[in-house]
Design a protein around this ligand. Structure first.
Ligand SMILES: Nc1nc2c(ncn2[C@@H]2O[C@H](COP(=O)(O)OP(=O)(O)OP(=O)(O)O)[C@@H](O)[C@H]2O)c(=O)[nH]1
Length: 321
């Protein structure tokens, strides 16, 4: 994503490097062990690489694909030095990560493809959905955009309260109704207000109850239908928030949400402080949905626009600068 590289400054790289420390400490030590003292890429090297990837929660399926690609590129028993092999592994890990179609790529600062640009945020409770919405609002606002939030998670009073706290903290308006109100009605009001106020970005929070797929599907499609009464092309983004620290469980949530609605992008949170950062590769690869944002901490500044090159590069970098 050339578009994002410009925005990936020293500060972002530091946040990424620090946040991924746990993931890479396990990964890199196994990687080093896999290659150390080897003079050729034999089955043992490949087995050890496989172990390094699985231990970082890249998941069996994706790991096997990466190893297969490496095997195809590297003639068996051919000598490669450590940096050559690292380079190939790094490239193949990047290749696994899907890019958003050019038309759907955006940064906080770039001109958005629609006005208002409507982002519907989905995900189960506790994954960091509200925090991510707050961080998105902060970043868009900082880039000079007007933002409106919609509290369509009306199932729990706490969800509306929490979103209100973020709207105050960031200084952006919020549309809400009473607890138990119809989520679709809140979404309708929010988009209507966004249109009449000329907002650049409308971000709508939804309830993430997973106990019943049919229910989730109905609720999300109803929300979409009412939004489309105002803007037929909206929502422009359905952003699924997943908690990266739950590793393979996040994959299960992705499975359920992608079955219930058309998810267009992923935000993976809580990658700081977990050794399971490789799950980003597993999720992107398995669902072929681009990761657009990653959460690297609880503060407003801790949401990064995902850059696959920088992400993989960080997994391989030995020390924090
Ligand atoms: N370390 C870390 N914590 C995060 C991140 N994102 C969110 N959190 C924390 O995770 C917890 C849950 O976040 P919420 O935003 O409240 O989660 P939610 O999905 O909206 O859940 P409910 O509000 O319960 O519906 C909070 O304590 C956040 O501060 C992140 O990227 N890193």
């Amino acid at each position: 994503m050339g578009l994002f590289n410009k925005l990936f400054g020293k500060k972002e790289k530091e946040t990424l490097d620090q946040g991924l420390e746990k993931t890479k400490s396990g990964f890199l030590s196994k990687l080093t062990k896999a290659i150390a003292g080897k003079s050729s890429v034999d089955d043992e090297v490949l087995d050890n690489l496989e172990e390094a990837l699985v231990s970082a929660d890249v998941g069996i399926e994706t790991t096997v694909q990466i190893i297969d690609r490496i095997e195809k590129r590297v003639a068996k028993d051919k000598y490669l030095n450590t940096s050559e092999l690292n380079g190939i592994l790094q490239q193949e890990m990047e290749n696994i990560l899907v890019d958003a179609p050019e038309a759907e790529s955006y940064t906080f600062a770039s001109t958005l493809p629609a006005k208002p640009y409507v982002i519907l945020v989905v995900g189960v409770n506790g994954v960091g959905k509200t925090t991510t919405i707050g961080k998105l609002a902060y970043n868009f606002k900082k880039a000079g955009k007007s933002v409106l939030l919609g509290a369509a998670d009306t199932f729990r009073a706490a969800a509306v309260d929490q979103l209100t706290i973020w709207s105050d903290r960031v200084g952006v308006p919020i549309v809400k109704q009473g607890m138990g109100a119809d989520p679709a009605s809140v979404a309708f009001d929010t988009v209507q207000s966004g249109v009449s106020k000329g907002a650049d970005v409308v971000i709508i929070d939804t309830a993430g109850r997973l106990h019943n797929k049919a229910h989730l599907m109905d609720e999300l499609s109803k929300i979409k239908r009412v939004i489309q009464k105002h803007i037929p092309e909206a929502p422009h983004e359905v952003l699924l928030v997943l908690d990266g620290s739950t590793g393979q469980n996040a994959l299960e949530q992705a499975r359920q949400f992608t079955a219930a609605t058309d998810v267009t992008a992923l935000a993976i949170t809580k990658l700081d402080g977990t050794a399971k950062g490789g799950v980003v590769l597993a999720i992107a690869n398995q669902f072929k949905i681009p990761v657009k944002f990653i959460g690297m901490g609880e503060k407003m500044e801790d949401l990064l626009v995902f850059d696959k090159h920088e992400f993989v590069d960080s997994l391989f970098s030995l020390e924090n600068k």
